[in-house]
Design a protein around this ligand. Structure first.
Ligand SMILES: [Zn+2]
Length: 231
């Protein structure tokens, strides 16, 4: 390992790893896990609440419709009675229709009560989840605030250390860091056998020669793209 660029980048990578480890510690902390859980619970509860609201609206609409039909039927019954309609069979028809309608209405009422109860329970759960979310959000923000100065200091240290490094090489490094998110896995990796230590892709002789002349080469696997240097 004689390439000065690689040497500098390897030293900087150590600092970068430390920074990423701090970020990862935050992301994997119990507080963050609980916060994610609360967010998931809230999201699914809200979907169910919306469904219940829509169901309740449909039931109310149905209820109104039946109420109107019953009312119309009652008007017809009254009319028949006042006209001294002697057609008893006709009158009985009205009555059985009314009984049936009232039965259907009672059923809708029952379902409205059921939905309302489910809604109340879920509404309370959402309130509880919201409180939990608020608590963990505050705790997570606090933890982030605590870690921020150290993370920023490491970032500054990294930026200072990579000053003067070949721009193409540095751009590759930064691009892989972006692609791999907050992973602490190394971007600059040593060639110890004839394959990439990060993804195990074969490193052919031509690439090995390129490492010898340039000091480094980019792994052929586009999903990996690690910077490989001669160990
Ligand atoms: Zn690779």
């Amino acid at each position: 390992m004689s390439n000065a660029n690689i040497e500098k980048l390897l030293a900087a990578q150590k600092v970068d790893r430390e920074r990423l480890q701090l970020i990862q510690n935050l992301e994997k902390s119990k507080v963050k896990v609980e916060l994610d859980k609360a967010n998931q619970t809230l999201a699914s509860s809200r979907v169910t609440l919306t469904q219940l609201e829509n169901d309740a609206k449909d039931l109310q609409d149905n209820y109104q419709k039946f109420a109107k039909i019953i009312n119309d039927t009652l008007v017809q019954v009254e009319k028949a009675r006042s006209c001294n309609d002697t057609d008893v069979e006709h009158y009985d028809d009205f009555l059985s229709k009314l009984t049936k309608l009232e039965g259907q209405m009672a059923d809708i009422e029952r379902r409205i009560v059921q939905k309302t109860n489910t809604y109340k329970v879920l509404f309370n759960e959402v309130a509880k989840s919201s409180a939990i979310k608020k608590k963990y959000t505050e705790m997570f923000e606090e933890a982030k605030k605590d870690a921020a100065p150290k993370i920023q200091a490491l970032e500054k240290q990294f930026n200072d250390m990579v000053k003067g490094i070949d721009e193409k090489l540095l751009a590759k490094y930064r691009a892989i860091r972006v692609n791999t998110g907050n992973s602490v896995k190394d971007v600059v990796v040593p060639l110890t056998a004839d394959y990439c230590p990060s993804c195990s892709t074969f490193v052919p002789g031509a690439m090995v020669n390129k490492i010898k002349t340039d000091g480094w080469v980019i792994c052929d696997n586009s999903n990996c793209g690690r910077i490989i240097y001669q160990a």
